[in-house]
Design a protein around this ligand. Structure first.
Ligand SMILES: [Zn+2]
Length: 326
């Protein structure tokens, strides 16, 4: 998708929205003039939030699916749109969302049928396994998470394709009846050329919670939430504590649906441990959880352990003292 601008008819909103893209001939999407830009993955330049939809057909207007506000062109003149028209647009939009979900489920099924991450794990050389060890994840945990290495990952950037090596992290689904249950996505850590970005996810699949213990029932234990799967894995691997669950979200600005999922699932102590530059995000997300806390970290969690020598146990003690928000 290519960043665009709102059609002229919505000109009065153009300074209030970001990440405008054209979705179809007569629909655009963007952040919301009213409730903002949460949901955009800032680490991924190709991610465009589908938060507010701008409809050109019929009586043009914008509609935010999060705050449910409608945005009319020429507000001052008081353009009127019938309820039935709005209802029609909503049904149309829901139909499209349903199609997108089906498409994503199909992609997920194909991925799981092929399970390429198993091969990428099995084929890791000593050198590649050493990379993971040096990043803070010992061999037995590499096996548990099936971490791997892919010599040539095809990556698109600015309309061009590149082939670069990548370290691979399967985002495992929660176990089903005590057994592994496939993946929800795959995280790729690109090696080399930083110009094309450092991370990618599996195309066409939504970004999910990364569970460091997919064999545990989510919500039974207090949970510490980090930014990015690697940090969560390093903390898990270095923390001998079966009473604390550790998960991660893809970035400091996760989709609103992920935040909802977390606040609905985890209710017995939710410790937000985002990177030091995102303490305000931690506080904000904690405010939406039951027993939410924000933890101020001195360094990124994995760096703190690997480069600065704090032990997992010490880090957990700091986490427990996180600021109580709710
Ligand atoms: Zn909104």
């Amino acid at each position: 998708m290519r960043e665009s601008t709102l059609p002229p008819i919505f000109g009065e909103y153009k300074n209030q929205v970001k990440f405008v893209v054209q979705r179809t001939n007569d629909e655009y999407s963007s952040t919301c003039p009213s409730c903002g830009d949460m949901g955009h993955n800032w680490d991924n330049s190709r991610d465009f939030p589908d938060r507010c939809r701008w409809f050109l057909k019929g009586n043009p207007c914008g509609w935010c699916r999060i705050c449910n506000n409608l945005f009319w062109p020429g507000k001052v003149e008081g353009t009127k749109i019938s309820k039935s028209q709005i209802q029609e647009w909503r049904i149309e939009l829901e139909r499209k969302q349903e199609q997108a979900i089906q498409k994503s489920l199909n992609s997920l099924k194909i991925l799981n049928d092929q399970h390429p991450w198993v091969l990428w794990h099995q084929q890791m050389t000593v050198e590649q396994a050493t990379y993971w060890s040096e990043e803070g994840i010992p061999r037995d945990w590499q096996n548990y998470w099936l971490l791997g290495y892919l010599a040539e990952k095809m990556v698109m950037y600015n309309g061009q394709s590149y082939r670069v090596p990548a370290y691979t992290i399967p985002n495992q689904a929660l176990y089903s009846k005590g057994h592994r249950n496939g993946v929800l996505n795959i995280h790729y850590r690109l090696v080399g050329d930083v110009d094309i970005g450092r991370y990618r996810y599996e195309k066409g699949l939504r970004q999910n919670i990364f569970y460091t213990r997919p064999d545990w029932s989510p919500g039974e234990r207090p949970v510490a939430i980090f930014e990015g799967a690697k940090k969560a894995m390093v903390v898990r691997a270095r923390t001998n504590n079966d009473k604390l669950d550790i998960i991660s979200i893809p970035s400091k600005t996760p989709p609103a649906s992920l935040l909802e999922e977390i606040s609905e699932t985890y209710r017995h102590g939710v410790y937000w441990c985002l990177d030091p530059d995102a303490y305000d995000n931690s506080r904000e997300f904690a405010s939406k959880c039951e027993h939410g806390r924000a933890v101020r970290l001195l360094y990124k969690a994995d760096d703190w352990i690997v480069k600065h020598g704090i032990t997992g146990g010490q880090l957990v003690n700091i986490i427990k003292k996180g600021e109580l928000i709710t």
